[in-house]
Design a protein around this ligand. Structure first.
Ligand code: BDR
Ligand code: CA
Length: 307
């Protein structure tokens, strides 16, 4: 099978962690590297979370540290609620940092040496990706497409108008939207459609091994938090949609739309609107929530004990 080479750009976070797992479980995806960005927490935390998850999953590709701040303002809107920082059972002793690879260097290396154009799957603020587009136009032919989780064509989740990733760095999203690269958007309109609980996993994974247990506990932990904070019966797996849009686009119904983002400083900052210009983004509209649950359950079912 020919595999689709991908780079993940994440702000790990619970749903990013599941998106990383889903990526390595897809037989037609070949993960080349992971870039981290601030978002669900400050960069030190998302970088650490990513390395923890990568260690659990025995991922050997480069993991790099990217932007600590959005492109123009230095205000972070981190969502501690989805950080792994205070997650009790994920106690991983990470090796002392010998060498930190910067995300910009990783992108230059991986995009520079690739034979086949690479798809970027971005599940956090788009700051790292926008920097690559802006600073390395010579690498654009080596980017096949960008699939991103972000934006909302209905109500937002950080303000009334904006989704969290879009709001965190609208200038970066604006650069991506104007890049002329093939784009796929997994916005809240579709990602809110699916909730998953550990019960869904346990129907198939009857006696979880220790690695499977880590993910089941992670889901339980956040289900409990969500119950109190957001009144939800389960967790949303926003970021997994951006992965499946690359691996199995046939799961979705979507359409090309002309999309723009509000970069003003007013209350509509980060809002996504459909314009009358030429379509620039393939927007995912619908999926059966069962299919997203099934691929998530399968990815945990396939987990073997970490060596
Ligand atoms: C997005 O915000 C983050 O908290 C999640 O990881 C997801 O990428 C949803 O709005
Ligand atoms: Ca995310």
């Amino acid at each position: 099978m020919t595999k689709i080479p991908v780079i993940l750009d994440v702000d790990t976070g619970i749903d990013d962690a599941l998106a990383i797992l889903l990526t390595i479980d897809q037989p037609n995806l070949q993960l080349l590297g992971i870039a981290c960005v601030y978002g669900n927490g400050p960069i030190e935390e998302t970088y650490r979370n990513t390395r923890s998850i990568a260690k659990v999953l025995n991922i050997k590709v480069p993991i790099s540290k990217g932007s600590a701040y959005p492109m123009i303002n230095k205000i972070l809107h981190s969502r501690e609620v989805r950080s792994l920082k205070d997650f009790g059972t994920l106690k991983i002793d990470l090796d002392a940092e010998k060498h930190v690879m910067l995300a910009s260097a990783m992108y230059v290396k991986l995009l520079g040496e690739t034979i086949e154009p690479v798809t970027i799957i971005a599940t956090g603020p788009l700051t790292n990706v926008a920097h690559v587009i802006q600073n390395h136009p010579e690498l654009l032919p080596n980017i096949k497409a960008i699939s991103f989780m972000g934006g909302s064509l209905s109500v937002g989740n950080i303000t009334r108008f904006a989704e969290f990733n879009a709001y965190s760095d609208p200038e970066a999203l604006n650069i991506v939207l104007n890049s002329n690269l093939p784009l796929t958007m997994a916005g809240l309109d579709i990602t809110r459609s699916t909730l998953i609980t550990s019960k869904d996993i346990l129907k198939k994974v009857k006696t979880p091994n220790p690695t499977q247990k880590i993910f089941i506990d992670l889901i339980d932990f956040y289900t409990e938090k969500n119950k109190h904070k957001e009144n939800l019966e389960g967790i949303q797996i926003h970021d997994s949609f951006a992965v499946m849009a690359v691996s199995k686009l046939e799961m979705f119904v979507g359409e090309m739309k002309p999309i723009t983002v509000n970069i003003s400083k007013d209350e509509r900052r980060g809002e996504i609107t459909v314009t009358s210009e030429a379509p620039n983004v393939f927007v995912l509209n619908t999926v059966t929530s069962k299919s997203m649950i099934n691929v998530t359950v399968d990815s945990i079912h396939h987990l073997e004990v970490t060596p």
